[in-house]
Design a protein around this ligand. Structure first.
Ligand SMILES: C[S@@+](CC[C@H](N)C(=O)[O-])C[C@H]1O[C@@H](n2cnc3c(N)ncnc32)[C@H](O)[C@@H]1O
Length: 280
């Protein structure tokens, strides 16, 4: 648990109930297309298909996937030959992830725990620590997150994050008129944003636990947290595509979503950071 997050116990409990509720919709036919992923042993997820060329050959490497959700990306890393451990605090997400790994005949270790408690539940260090798309907004203490992640990176090993850009998250996604309006803070603040939505970003299931809490982390605070945790930053990138439809007016381009052509340079949609643990 993070010391820097008063009230986090209640907010985390709300978030966990909310994430448990999202699983039914995400594994349904109109959700993550798990059936398609399982049907083709050569298939990767869109996310891992993008990120794996950046990480290179992972065959035989120990890879820790933080906040792995229902394990679709986790499964894709295992298909690429990594020895994978996935961590998440949602028992329902991990029950689904374990079932999918079994169906795909892949040996994946799943650990149920809060991100901040992971050092007490996951043993050892890893060649790659990976986290991607919709993870750190659920965490109040970015410095504490970075310390946990860095603590799992073996000497000489690598860390990778890709996530929604904090500038994107500051925008009003309820607007349907094509106007980019800042609604939420970009710079960090201790109080979370409270949302009440009875549906998720994939699947049509209705959420009984509709309230969730999200925290803002600016790009500089994410980078600084990783530096302070002892990692050496190798590459920072910003992207003009998303894996989900954040604004209703986004255009589908193959497996991803982009802003209309004329707006494409206005707002960064995602970022990635690659870093390594110095040799000790
Ligand atoms: C959007 S998913 C990210 C996974 C992946 N990108 C995907 O879409 O499959 C966010 C995950 O973070 C998990 N999560 C949220 N807060 C957490 C916490 N404090 N500790 C561990 N897991 C947490 C949720 O259970 C959820 O599975």
């Amino acid at each position: 648990m993070s010391d820097a997050a008063p009230g986090f116990d209640d907010q985390r409990a709300a978030n966990r109930a909310n994430w448990d509720d999202r699983v039914a919709g995400h594994i349904a036919p109109d959700g993550y297309d798990v059936a398609g992923l399982l049907a083709d042993p050569g298939r990767l997820t869109t996310v891992v298909a993008h990120d794996s060329p950046l990480l290179g050959d992972v065959r035989g490497l120990d890879l820790l996937h933080l906040q792995c959700h229902i394990g679709t990306d986790t499964l894709a890393w295992a298909r690429l030959g990594a020895n994978v451990t996935g961590v998440d605090f949602s028992p329902k997400a991990l029950a689904a992830a374990r079932r999918f790994a079994e169906e795909a005949e892949l040996d994946i270790t799943y650990v149920e725990c809060d991100l901040y408690d992971a050092p007490h539940h996951v043993e050892g260090v890893f060649d790659v620590v990976y986290t991607s798309v919709g993870t750190i907004c659920w965490l109040p203490d970015i410095a504490g997150w970075a310390r946990v992640a860095a603590g799992f990176v073996r000497s000489g090993g690598r860390f990778f994050i890709r996530d929604g850009h904090p500038m994107l998250y500051s925008m009003d996604d309820d607007r349907t008129d094509g106007v980019y309006q800042v609604r939420y803070d970009y710079l960090d603040h201790p109080e979370p944003n409270r949302f009440d939505h009875d549906s998720s970003y994939e699947g049509s299931a209705t959420l009984e636990h509709s309230v969730s809490f999200e925290w803002t982390h600016s790009l500089s605070s994410i980078v600084q947290a990783l530096i302070d945790a002892g990692l050496v930053i190798d590459r920072v990138a910003e992207y003009d595509f998303l894996d989900w439809k954040f604004f209703s007016w986004m255009e589908q381009d193959g497996d991803v979503y982009r802003l209309p052509e004329a707006d494409r340079r206005r707002v960064p949609l995602q970022f990635s950071i690659e870093a390594h643990q110095p040799e000790r």
